[in-house]
Write a protein that binds this ligand. Structure first.
Ligand code: ATP
Length: 156
C-alpha cells in the first residue's frame, strides 16, 4: 500500500504522483492534505524551503478541479438521459400510430418498427463497449492533463 493512501487523494492524482516517482508525502503534505482534501478546509502552512509546500496546496487544487469536472460530467449524463427519455417518449407516441399497421395487417403480424427495435438494441450493446473504451481514453487524457499541470503550473 502506498504511503499516499489514506490522505483522500483521488486515484488519478495518485497515479500521477507515482508517475512522478514521488513515493511518499513530505511532512507538510501529510499535515495539510487530509484537512484540505477530505475536510475541504482552507489551509495555512509554513515549512522550510524545498519541503514540498507546492504540492501541499497543489494537490487540493487539482482535487477540486477534478471534482468540478466530475460534476460537469454528471450534469452532461443527466442531460443525455433526459434527451434519450424524450426521444423514447416520441418513439412510443409514434408506435401508437404505427400499431395501426398491425391492425391493418402486416403479413407476419409484426410492424416494421419491431425489426428496427431489435437492430437498435444490438446497437446499444455494441455502444456500451465503445463507452467503456471512451471512458478509459478520457481517464488517460485527464491523467496527461494533471501531469501537465504538475509540470507547468507547479514546475515539478
Ligand atoms: N512527496 C514528495 N516526494 C518527493 N519529492 C517531492 C515531494 N513533494 C515535492 N517534491 C519535490 O521536492 C522539491 C521541492 O518541492 P517544493 O518546490 O514544493 O518545495 P517548497 O516547500 O514549495 O519550496 P519553496 O519554499 O522554496 O518554494 C521539488 O523538486 C518537488 O518536485
Amino acid at each position: 500500500m502506498s504511503a499516499w493512501n489514506g490522505l483522500g487523494i483521488p486515484d488519478l492524482i495518485l497515479r500521477a504522483l507515482a508517475e512522478q516517482g514521488f513515493k511518499e508525502p513530505t511532512v507538510i503534505q501529510i499535515r495539510t492534505l487530509p484537512p484540505a482534501v477530505m475536510g475541504r478546509r482552507d489551509i495555512l502552512g509554513a515549512a522550510e524551503t524545498g519541503s514540498g509546500k507546492t504540492l501541499a496546496f497543489g494537490i487540493p487544487i487539482l482535487h477540486h478541479i477534478l471534482e468540478d469536472k466530475e460534476w460537469d460530467k454528471k450534469n452532461e449524463e443527466i442531460i443525455q438521459c433526459d434527451k434519450i427519455q424524450e426521444e423514447n417518449s416520441d418513439t412510443e407516441n409514434n408506435d401508437d400510430v404505427d400499431d395501426s399497421n398491425y391492425v391493418n395487417g402486416n403479413d407476419d403480424g409484426s410492424s416494421d418498427d419491431d425489426d428496427d427495435d431489435v437492430d437498435s438494441n444490438t446497437d446499444d450493446i455494441e455502444n456500451s463497449d465503445d463507452d467503456d473504451d471512451n471512458d478509459e481514453e478520457k481517464e488517460e487524457e485527464e491523467l496527461v492533463e494533471i501531469l501537465e499541470i504538475m509540470w507547468v503550473a507547479f514546475k515539478l
